[in-house]
Structures are given as structure tokens and as C-alpha cells.
Write a protein of this length. Structure first.
Lengths: 789, 329
């Protein structure tokens, strides 16, 4: 086309970014890479091709890590770890700062290489991915230096195994490596097999700045290599970002191993447009939500929910906007949508689209062709989609948006939460009252008001529900790479004695059989059986209901029905906990006698356990309105409000020892933070907690906030830990029981805390009256609120 | 909102002038402008789009046709205006046009824009060309002279040969939400214009919020404006992409509701070729290709032309050009 013709048509032409430097870098390695272990590149082993998804051309051969490679990497990381952690925070900060500087200095090389390897538009790699990488390392240099001051009595996990996805290769690397190193860990990181190149370039930076050998190790390969990392006994913590399916497999594989685990998984995030939104800006928001990175974004706003009053107008605007999206060569500077990462992803997306259409969805795509020889998919909008349609439920991970409508704010919240995922949400309205009403009600780890896909190193990112657990970025992100020193000092829990079975109809005076406590009422066990409680001498001290599956079901039902407890003012929850303490104090001698009777402890010990239980209730009554959030300062004109929210329903399998204090120590923080719970008391000494019904009843605890089911602990725990309506599980018991809880939790990826078979010292105020259990009873939601008149 | 939408297919029909509509205050109540979101969009228009090689040349040549070549200074004189008009006749050196193969495109700026006192001189200097003369009017730049005087000013400029009248609105009417007052004045200005086209300068740098900018845009369009324009160039804040988005989205909305196409003119501070391309990309992507044509899009600028010329020379020769080698604007 000549100038004259273009003058008439005013079309865009090609505007390619040069890629010579990136190809030169690849040539420098003969386009064949080994792993980066102990500060050196290894000789390439068995390799596979890494290709450019925009044109199918091979870029390089990448080595497939074998078990031996992982062993070498882990032992290099192990060897380096204690010296690395022993460095002063300032020394570690200097290394992180040097990495940030190097990333900035070579930013265009990183950006071009990322685009070649991944297919994302150069605009994104240049303006978003790489600057965010540098920002992440700068930010964490600060955490490294302040670690000891801000996280006293905590230390690094040790060696972290990190497995990252292909959608933001270098950015996810930075999200993993920066906090791990700042906290004093060393790492073995595996990039996704489709996109290893920028990680290998990053390894070169580690060499250049003289990062101590073994602190960062990068091994390449497919899922088998990832599995070898997950199962490696020398790794103390696993951090994974990727699909929910693989996340679940990792949860299962690591169950009972005592490793730290953080999972950042999939999503099907709602994009909610109210009738009073700036609709044109919201349309642009949709572009940034679902047509950013070809929709291959875990937090992509892929479910459009529009208020009916503006639905028609909004969809019309959206369709018009789709016409101007430019799909094509990702290295072109005037391209909005590049290539999907690999042919297999294109097929996956197309298969889901086909199924969605079979289920009635109506497809809309802009006119115009896309390049035929790469992994390109047109931006797509589906209307006539019902919540039951597969494309409204499943994460598509492509440039595909499904649109639904709602009538009222409540209905918007219901639809938004009608998902197994809970990663992010975007809320568009010019009414601040409405925005701030909806934000806390949407179950997701991130909420963007009048914006979408904002990320910053200072602001935690991570999901609710099956979108995973653990946060990346900010203080929460640092916590995921540290653990309290006392955890490592705990001794193993002794075997609990199985009490002798008393005779079936033995009674002792007037029969007193405690029932279960469900929904604020004492309830007979469903099965109609009772179990005897005997003391250490085998003497019957009472009977309790033999709870079964159905009792757990009823209890969870009651707990879910009482979730509004979490939206009660913290002051109210505080008052109720104080009142419980007061009422327990009133009956202290009765409870002490009961403890003595059941467990045979001395009068002094029994008295102390009751007193500490009262103290604990007071402690968490006091905490209820104090363990709160923060306002972060991302480098944009927005405030990011980190809200501390309850997790939901927490299942508690209380310890056998300290039958009152142990249960109260887990129950009180859970209640204080607004969770409801289903508690399984000590199997051998349950009467302390059945007596507790009367404390609950006289202290104005709303029905359903605390539910107690007595019975066989293992059996009840299984039902509770498997229940999809339970959001978190605290378990105390032997190591095997803890392992099982972690295994049972897989289906809905509930968060778990177990004593890992260790003996907790429930009398230790440092451990049991502080932030440790508060943290485990809460999740942080970051709400981004832009402003400007 | 109460106005009936008119379906108007584009390419086929002649541009239909804004007939003016009744003031619809209900419409204004539906205006929602989110500054942060507008800023984010504005920030990526220039980073999402880029034109290179012959595309860049063609786009820059096109930008010239969108320029209202302007001089609005206290020390303007007949000689200064004549020099400006001479530049308008030949905005790009012939050797450059020949090298680009576009000498027969007849590229000239959209208009020459001057104070009333120089309208007649400009009309004389442009005789034989199709380049219209635009006059700033109505107590430019503050717009706070008596209404009768302002209307007389318009009439005088039209009489002197101005084909376009750039009026200023009274900003306080926006700040106090006196929409009826604003509407009445603009309607009166439009009547005074007769056949001449009316461009309404909002003085956006003094309107405080994007919501005010958007509402004022709508009121001016309802009152019969042919163009809405950002600035006089005399406010502290000139045209920018954020304000431009607010205004052109109201143009889009007005078109959706009425079928009438209103022109857009950012003015003040646009002096670089790259900025011009970003503005063109914004118009193309937000409103469509038809809004690139001079009857719907103008830059109020003067030194912009020199920068474009330099870029065109570079495009032809591969050498970076010096400004003193381009004939002065």
C-alpha cells in the first residue's frame, strides 16, 4: 500500500518490534538449554522444543528435568539456605535490589523474549509484565531488610519448591522468588514447559549479580518434573500457581508431609456492571478483564453480569468495541490480542465454546480474519447463557466472555458467588454506597471497584474457595514464606489412651446423657445411639450422643445458616465472647470438677485449665475488634483496602488432651473473627464441651454459630473434612489423622490447620492467645478503590 | 434520551448539520464519568497503537488536513496572519510531497483560525483556496462580555467572511449547573452564525470535573453546536486525552440518540506529531473512521504543523530534520 492509498483508508499497518537481540541471546546458548543449578547452567540433557505460538517456529530446545536433576537442585538449595538466611536483611535486600535493577536494565530483551515464547502482545510484556517484575523485586528488597523487625521469632521454611504457569512466565517467577528470598528461603523453581526462556534469562541475571550459588535454582520440564518437586522429601514448602486440577493433586500429594503449601489457582471471576456505572468505561474495563493476555488470566473477568436496565445498551457498546480489537502478530506494537500459548490450549478453548453453544449460548465475534498459522482465537462474547451452561461454570482460559443479567444488587451477589471459584471480582457503579456494600459480600480474594486486573507487589493477591489459599504480595505474601520458630520445637504427641468400654447399661444415679448441640438447640443424635464416657480408671462418668454423618450434615447446615455472624459488628462478637468468659467463670468449680472426674488430673491442674479457658475467651473477645486490615499504597491513584474476613464455616476437631482449654483455644479465635463452626470435642473427654452448651445458651450466642457433635472422632472428622460446605478445618490429633484431614480437604480445597501430630502446649499464651490462630481463622480480601472527581 | 434515534448509514450520505434539539435535562442526569477509568483508557491509547513507515507518513499527512492553523496572540498583525495563510496554502514542502507521491492530494489544513480583526485579511490571503477562515468570538477567551456584544461579534465575523465561529461558553454556567442559561446562549450563538459552523469552546481546564465536561458537551450539542472544542489555549490546562474521551463519548452518545454527527476539536498544547497520531487513533477507535475527516475532527494548533513536516522529511530521507529548515508557520 502506498501513502496515497493509506491516506484514503486510514488503516493501521504493521508496526513490528525488533527481535534480533532476543534471537542473538538464544543463539548465544546454541538454542539449547540445560538447567540452572548451584549457580551454573548444566549441560543440556534430553530436550524438548519451545516454540513461538504466533508462528509455530521453534525457538530453542529445553531440557527435561529428571529426578537426578531435581535432587541436585534441592541439595544445592539446601546447602545454600542457612548461609543465605544468616545474611543480614540488608545483605539480602541488596541482592533483591540488584535483581530489580538488572530486570529494568534488560527490560526490552525480557519483554521481547516473553512475547516470542508466550504469544502475548508486546505492549503487555513491555508495559505490564516486566515493569511489575521489577516492582516486585524492589518491593521485596524492603521486606528482606525489615524481616526480623516485622516478623519476630519467625524463620524461613528452608527450601521452597515453586511451580509456575505459562500465562505470566517471568511475572509469576518474581511473585514466587522475591518473597521466598526476602524471607531467607532458597528455591527450586520450575517454569511451565511452554515458557521457560525468560526464567533462563533470569538465571543469567542471578549469575551476573553474584547471587550466592544455590539460592536460586531453575529446572525445566513438564508435569513429571513438577511432580518430582512436589514429592521431593528435601523440600519444605511448595508454592504453586496453575490450574485447580493440578492444585488439588498437589494438596493430595503433600498431605501429611508437614510441608508448607500455598496454591494460587483458577477462577471464573464476575464482572458486575450496575445501571449507574460509567458504561463506556466499563466496556473498556471488559477489554482489560477478558481480552488481556488473550484471556489466559486466572483472575480474568470472564463472567459479565449486567443489570437488566442497561443490558441491551451495554452489550451493544461491547459488540461495537470488539470490532476495533486488533488480533495478530504479538510482536506488533499495535496489536491488542496475540496468540494463545499453544495449540492444545486453542483446542481446549474451542471445545468448551462448542459445548457452550450446544447448550444454547449465542456466539458473537467481530468481523475480520485472524492469522491462520498461529494459535489465534477471536475475541468472543456469548449471550443467552444460563448459570448451568458449562461455559458459565468452567474456566475457559481464553478470550471468551459469557454475559448474564441481574435485576437487583442482591441478585448480583448471588450470581457472583454462584461458583466454586473465588479469585477476583470487578464491580462497576458510580455509587460508592453500592460499591462498598457489594465488595465485602462477594466471595473473592481481590475486588476491583471500577477497574480490573490491577496488580501490585504491596497488595496481596490470592483466592477464596477453589481458587486456592495463601497470598502473594504484601505482608500476607511474606507470611506465606515464614513460620514461627516454636512450630519446629514441638514434641511429638504421645499416643492417646483408648478408654476401656464400660458395660452397656451402667448408670450412676440419675441418667444424664448429653445430646448434641445443633443450631442453638440440644438435639438427639440421628442414629439413636449413645456412647459412654469413662474415666482413666474405667469408671463411667456419663454418656454422650453418638453423632453420625447426618448429624454432621445437620450441624454444617446450621453453621451455614448462621454465617451472618460474620457481618455482625466486631463489638457485638466481642461482647458475646466476654459474656461466655463471664458465664464460664460463674461455673468454674463445676467445670473443674468435671475435668477431674473425666481425666483424673489434679485439682490444681483442672482449676488452671478452666481459668485459662476463661482467660482465652477474654483474650479473643478483646481481639475481635482489633485484628483488622490495612490500607495499602500501590503506585497508582487508588487505595487498596486489605479487609480481614472470616473464612466461613470452620470444622474443629478438638484435641483429646486439655478437653476444655484445647477446644476453647480453637473455638474462640474462630468465633471472634466471625466464623461459624462445627466442633467435635475430645473423644475421650467430651463432657467438658457438652457442659459448655449451657455457657453458649446463657451467653446470647446466636443459634448455629457454634455446633457441637460428639462421637467417634475419626469418623466424624472424615465427614466434616470432606463436606463442601465447610470452608476450613482445624484438626488436633495424631499425625495420621492430620494427614487424612489434608487428604479429605481436597475436593473443595478447604484450608486446613493440623497439629501435624505434635503436642501443642495449650497453656502457652504466646502461641494460643496471639495472632497465630486469628490468621488461620481469616482470609484477606484486597479491595482496590480508585478515586478522582 | 427522549430523542428518537435515527439510523443513518455513513458512507453514502452527505453530512447532515446539527439542527439543534430541545434541552433535555433528564439526559444529563444519566451522565456518568469515572475519572480513573478514563485515565486508564487514555494512558493506553498511545501504547496500544503505533504507525510506521508509509502508514506513519499517510497518517501525518492526514493530520495536517485536521489542523485549524491558528494564531491567537495579542501581538498578531496583518503580516503575521498573511504568513500563516501562506503556510496554509503550502503546508508541506513540495519536494517532500513529491517524494511521498502525494502532490496531487492537495493537502491543506482544515481552516485558518484568527481573531475577528484579522478575518478579512485572512479571507483575502486565502482567496482561491477552499480553506475556510475561522474566527474566535464571543469575548474570547473568557466569554464574559455583554451577550448583545458577543452576538454582534459573531455577526460581524460572519459578515467579514468567517465560515466557522469558535465561541466560548461562560464557565460559571457549568460550575453552577445553569444548563438552561448555557443552552439559551449557545442557541443564540448558533442563530447568529447562520450558515457558518459553530464550534463551542468549553474551557475544560476550568470546568473542574469530567462530569461537568460531559454535561456541558451535551448541552452545547443540544443547542446546535457543530463542533465541541476543549480549550481556548489560554487556560492553565489545555486539551488532554482524558478530557477528549469524555467529550467524544458524548459525541458518540449524541449520535446514537439523534443520528447527528458532531465534530471534535482539541486545542492547546498539541505540538508533537506523535500526539497527533495518538489523537487520530483515539478518534478512529472510539468513533470510527468517519470521524477522522476534517469536517468532524480538528486540532487547534500551529507549531504542530512544523513538527509533522519534520517527521515527514525524516520519513522520506531517513535523516532527522531541523525545524529551521521548514518554512515558518
Amino acid at each position: 500500500m502506498n501513502v496515497k492509498e493509506i491516506f484514503e483508508t486510514m488503516e493501521y499497518g504493521p508496526a513490528p518490534e525488533g527481535s534480533a537481540e532476543a534471537h542473538e541471546w538464544l543463539d548465544g546458548y546454541g538454542r539449547k538449554f540445560g538447567h540452572f543449578i548451584n549457580g551454573e547452567f548444566t549441560k543440556p540433557g534430553k530436550t524438548f522444543a519451545s516454540t513461538n505460538p504466533a508462528n509455530g517456529e521453534e525457538l530453542a530446545q529445553i531440557s527435561q528435568a529428571k529426578k537426578g536433576d531435581i535432587d541436585l537442585a534441592v541439595s544445592a538449595a539446601r546447602k545454600a539456605q542457612s548461609d543465605w538466611e544468616a545474611l543480614s536483611g540488608y545483605e539480602r535486600a541488596k541482592y533483591l535490589y540488584a535483581i530489580a535493577r538488572q530486570v529494568q536494565k534488560h527490560s526490552r530483551l525480557f519483554a521481547v523474549l516473553e512475547t516470542l515464547d508466550n504469544g502475548k502482545p508486546i505492549r503487555e510484556s513491555r508495559d505490564l509484565d516486566i515493569p511489575l517484575v521489577a516492582r516486585h523485586f524492589y518491593h521485596h528488597a524492603g521486606w528482606a531488610q525489615q524481616r526480623d523487625r516485622l516478623f519476630p521469632d519467625q524463620s524461613a521454611y528452608g527450601v521452597c519448591g515453586q511451580i509456575i504457569p505459562w500465562n505470566f512466565p517471568l511475572l509469576m517467577l518474581s511473585w514466587k522468588i522475591a518473597p521466598a528470598l526476602a524471607a531467607g528461603n532458597t528455591v527450586v523453581l520450575k517454569p511451565a514447559e511452554f515458557t521457560s526462556l525468560t526464567a533462563l534469562l533470569f538465571a543469567e541475571i542471578c549469575q551476573e549479580i553474584g547471587l550466592p550459588k544455590g539460592v536460586v535454582n531453575i529446572v525445566t520440564g513438564d508435569g513429571d518434573a513438577g511432580e518430582a518437586i512436589v514429592n521431593h522429601p528435601g523440600i519444605d514448602k511448595i508454592a504453586f500457581t496453575g490450574s485447580t486440577g493440578v492444585g488439588k493433586a498437589i494438596r493430595k500429594a503433600t498431605a501429611g508431609k508437614g510441608k508448607g503449601l500455598s496454591l494460587e489457582l483458577g477462577g471464573k471471576s464476575p464482572f458486575i456492571v450496575f445501571e449507574d456505572a460509567d458504561l463506556d468505561s466499563a466496556v473498556e474495563g471488559v477489554v482489560d478483564a477478558i481480552w488481556f493476555n488473550q484471556g489466559q488470566v486466572c483472575c480474568a473477568g470472564s463472567r459479565l453480569l449486567v443489570q437488566e436496565a442497561v443490558e441491551e445498551r451495554f452489550i451493544k457498546k461491547l459488540k461495537a468495541r470488539m470490532e476495533t480489537l486488533r488480533v495478530g502478530d504479538p510482536l506488533d506494537k499495535a496489536i491488542d490480542i496475540g496468540a494463545l500459548v499453544a495449540p492444545v490450549q486453542v483446542k481446549r478453548v474451542q471445545d468448551l465454546m462448542k459445548k457452550g453453544e450446544e447448550q444454547g449460548a449465542v456466539r458473537h465475534q467481530p468481523d475480520g480474519a485472524v492469522p491462520s498459522n498461529g494459535c489465534f482465537v477471536k475475541p468472543t462474547l456469548y449471550t443467552n447463557v444460563q448459570p448451568a451452561n458449562i461455559i458459565a461454570e468452567e474456566e475457559i482460559f481464553g478470550p471468551v466472555l459469557v454475559a448474564m443479567s441481574f435485576r437487583t444488587p442482591d441478585e448480583a451477589v448471588t450470581l457472583a458467588n454462584n461458583s466454586k471459584y473465588g479469585l477476583s471480582a470487578s464491580i462497576w457503579t458510580e455509587n460508592i454506597n453500592l460499591a462498598l456494600d457489594i465488595a465485602p459480600r462477594v466471595k473473592s480474594g481481590v475486588v476491583w471497584i471500577n477497574s480490573t486486573n490491577n496488580f501490585d507487589a504491596a497488595v496481596g493477591f490470592g483466592g477464596y474457595k477453589e481458587s486456592g489459599f495463601g497470598r502473594e504480595g504484601g505482608k500476607e505474601g511474606m507470611r506465606a514464606y515464614l513460620r514461627p520458630n516454636w512450630e519446629l520445637k514441638l514434641k511429638s504427641l504421645g499416643k492417646s489412651t483408648v478408654p476401656a468400654k464400660p458395660k452397656l447399661f451402667a448408670t450412676d444415679g440419675i441418667d444424664r446423657t448429653a445430646k448434641l448441640y445443633v443450631g442453638g438447640k440440644q438435639a438427639r443424635p440421628d442414629g439413636g445411639y449413645a456412647r459412654s464416657v469413662v474415666n482413666a480408671d474405667g469408671k463411667l462418668v456419663g454418656e454422650v450422643g453418638e453423632g453420625n454423618r447426618k448429624d454432621i450434615r445437620n450441624a454444617v447446615e446450621a453453621a451455614r445458616g448462621a454465617l451472618s455472624w460474620g457481618s455482625k459488628p466486631a463489638h457485638t462478637r466481642s461482647q458475646i465472647l466476654y459474656y461466655m468468659g463471664e458465664n464460664l467463670d460463674y461455673r468454674r468449680s463445676e467445670f473443674a470438677d468435671r475435668l477431674r472426674e473425666m481425666t483424673g488430673v489434679s485439682a490444681g491442674a483442672a482449676k488452671k485449665e478452666v481459668e485459662l479457658s476463661i482467660e482465652r475467651l477474654f483474650a479473643f473477645a478483646g481481639w475481635a475488634d482489633k485484628y483488622d486490615g490495612a490500607v495499602h499504597n500501590p503506585p497508582v491513584r487508588q487505595m487498596a483496602v486489605a479487609m480481614v474476613e472470616p473464612i466461613g464455616v470452620i470444622g474443629i476437631a478438638a484435641p483429646d488432651e486439655s478437653p476444655l482449654l484445647g477446644a476453647v483455644s480453637l473455638l474462640a479465635p474462630s468465633m471472634a473473627m466471625g466464623n461459624t463452626s462445627v466442633l467435635i470435642p475430645s473423644e475421650s473427654a467430651p463432657l467438658a464441651m457438652t457442659d459448655f452448651y449451657q455457657i453458649l445458651e446463657t451467653s446470647d450466642v446466636p443459634g448455629g454459630v457454634v455446633n457441637i457433635v460428639t462421637g467417634a472422632k475419626d469418623e466424624l472428622t472424615k465427614t466434616l473434612a470432606e463436606h463442601d460446605g465447610v470452608d476450613a478445618m482445624f484438626y488436633c490429633g495424631d499425625a495420621e489423622g492430620g494427614k487424612k484431614v489434608e487428604q479429605y480437604s481436597v475436593h473443595n480445597l478447604k484450608q486446613t490447620w493440623t497439629n501435624k501430630g505434635k503436642a501443642m502446649d495449650w497453656t502457652d499464651r504466646e502461641i494460643c492467645e496471639g495472632e497465630y490462630f486469628l490468621e488461620r481463622s481469616t482470609q484477606v480480601k484486597n479491595v482496590w478503590v480508585p478515586y478522582g472527581a | 434520551m427522549s430523542l428518537k434515534a435515527v439510523e443513518m448509514p455513513h458512507a453514502a450520505e452527505e453530512h447532515k448539520r446539527n439542527p439543534g434539539f430541545d434541552l433535555d435535562l433528564g439526559w444529563l442526569r444519566h451522565v456518568r464519568m469515572n475519572r480513573s477509568a478514563l485515565e486508564r483508557r487514555a494512558a493506553t491509547i498511545g501504547t496500544r497503537r503505533s504507525v510506521k513507515k508509509q502508514w506513519q507518513a499517510a497518517w501525518l499527512l492526514h493530520a495536517i488536513t485536521n489542523i485549524d492553523l491558528t494564531t491567537l496572540n495579542g501581538d498578531d498583525s496583518k503580516g503575521r496572519v498573511e504568513r500563516l495563510c501562506a503556510k496554509a496554502r503550502q503546508p508541506v514542502r513540495t519536494d517532500i510531497l513529491t517524494a511521498l507521491g502525494v502532490e496531487d492530494l492537495g493537502i491543506t489544513p482544515g481552516a485558518v483560525c484568527v481573531y475577528h480583526n484579522f478575518v478579512a485579511d485572512a479571507v483575502a490571503a486565502l482567496e482561491g483556496t477552499n480553506i475556510p477562515v475561522a474566527a474566535v468570538s464571543t469575548g474570547f477567551p473568557a466569554g464574559l462580555t455583554p451577550l448583545a456584544t458577543r452576538i454582534a461579534e459573531i455577526e460581524a465575523s460572519v459578515k467579514a467572511g468567517a465560515k466557522e465561529i469558535d465561541i466560548v461558553i461562560e464557565r460559571h454556567q457549568v460550575l453552577t449547573q445553569d444548563w438552561q442559561g448555557l443552552y439559551d446562549q449557545v442557541k443564540a450563538f448558533r442563530a447568529a452564525c447562520g450558515e457558518a459552523h459553530l464550534k463551542t469552546i468549553l474551557g475544560t481546564g476550568e470546568l473542574a470535573t469530567q462530569t461537568n465536561v460531559a454535561k456541558a458537551s451535551l448541552v452545547c450539542m443540544m443547542a446546535g453546536a457543530d463542533f465541541i472544542k476543549t480549550s481556548t489555549g489560554k487556560e492553565k490546562v489545555n486539551a488532554d486525552l482524558v478530557t477528549s474521551l469524555s467529550m467524544i463519548r458524548m459525541i458518540r452518545w449524541f449520535h446514537e440518540e439523534t443520528g447527528i454527527e458532531i465534530g471534535y476539536k482539541p486545542a492547546g498544547g498539541i505540538s508533537k506529531a506523535k500526539d497527533a497520531i495518538t489523537y487520530l487513533a483515539m478518534m478512529k477507535d472510539e468513533l470510527g473512521n468517519q470521524w477522522l475527516s476534517p469536517h468532524l475532527f480538528r486540532f487547534g494548533a500551529s507549531s504542530l504543523l512544523n513538527d509533522i513536516e519534520r517527521q515527514l522529511e525524516h520519513n522520506v530521507t531517513g535523516r532527522y530534520a531541523a525545524d529551521y529548515r521548514q518554512p515558518l508557520v
